[in-house]
Design a binder for this molecule. Structure first.
Ligand SMILES: NC(=O)c1ccc[n+]([C@@H]2O[C@H](COP(=O)([O-])OP(=O)(O)OC[C@H]3O[C@@H](n4cnc5c(N)ncnc54)[C@H](O)[C@@H]3O)[C@@H](O)[C@H]2O)c1
Length: 265
């Protein structure tokens, strides 16, 4: 039997982002960011800017998106989310290319594995700077720009279930993701008056080639076994939930964090 839980089928687009423009950070990897970019195009967005810190992969990703979808309104712009100038240049670039940004997806996040007892300040700060401060920087300037434009918008942050759950060697990453959740709730409250909704997804495990290469096999197996589905999500299964939150279907949702996981066994 083809079990849709074990082997989910790639769902076609439903026009959820018809007429909207989209900006995504950290979208030149093998993971959720690139999957979200592809999904946004399939959901009918009118234009998209993707960004990343990796120049070569960014070019390749722009080319791949155009080729795979036949959609041409795709632009790439380098941006390290820890750098305020980069952040402002990216958002200004998107405003100009897209004639205004309707949807921002804050995907950038950085993780390492280290016991707290062995943690140096540098490593702690680096993970928080990309994951939490980067999301804050992008959100702060995007809100300023959206306020000026006066057309509202929607922001989707990428948190993690580790913002709620404990895992060894993840104190820095989990603290950063718990911060992203708190940032989502508080910024959403403030953004109501400028017509911007801010929500977050909290994935448990989303499998992709880079993760398979960088994370220990036993750890991935352990995490997969914890899921009721016995597998991690496909990256596009997380992207699908991002599209819903970004779209007008989620018009009555702001400040919410949606877990994307199968119940933990
Ligand atoms: N994959 C998972 O299992 C999982 C689970 C929970 C949460 N998340 C979160 O999802 C997001 C995406 O992770 P992913 O694993 O799907 O990989 P991804 O491919 O979507 O993201 C990795 C990309 O981030 C880029 N990047 C790294 N530092 C950056 C920076 N400072 N500025 C801009 N770009 C930067 C890298 O160059 C790479 O291309 C992250 O925020 C991660 O914490 C992932």
């Amino acid at each position: 039997m083809n079990n849709p839980i074990r082997n989910p089928e790639y769902v076609p687009g439903h026009g959820l982002l018809k007429g909207k423009s989209v900006l995504i950070t950290a979208a030149a990897g093998a993971g959720i960011g690139f999957a979200a970019a592809r999904r946004a195009i399939e959901e009918g967005c009118r234009g998209i800017v993707i960004s990343d810190i990796h120049d070569g992969r960014l070019r390749q990703s722009v080319d791949a998106l155009k080729k795979e979808t036949g959609f041409d309104a795709v632009w790439g712009k380098l941006c390290n989310v820890v750098n305020e100038d980069n952040v402002r240049e990216l958002i200004d670039f998107a405003e100009e290319r897209l004639s205004g940004t309707d949807v921002l997806i804050n995907n950038a996040g950085l993780g390492t594995s280290r016991k707290l007892i062995e943690m140096e300040d540098d490593e702690w700060n680096r993970v928080l700077d990309v994951t939490l401060n980067g999301t804050m920087r992008m959100t702060r300037y995007m809100l300023q720009v959206m306020q000026k434009r006066g057309k509202g918008g929607s922001i989707v942050n990428n948190a993690s279930v580790l913002g709620w759950r404990a895992q060894k060697e993840q104190a820095h990453y989990a603290a950063a993701k718990a911060g992203v959740m708190a940032l989502t709730r508080c910024s959403a409250l403030e953004a109501v008056e400028i017509g911007v909704r801010i929500n977050a997804v909290a994935p448990s495990l989303a499998m992709h080639a880079m993760l398979r290469k960088s994370a220990p096999e036993e750890l991935l197996k352990e995490l997969e076994d914890k899921e009721a589905y016995g597998r991690g999500a496909e990256v596009w299964e997380v992207a699908n939930v991002m599209m819903f939150l970004a779209s007008d279907y989620a018009s009555y949702m702001t400040g919410e964090v949606l877990s994307v996981s199968s119940q933990q066994a």
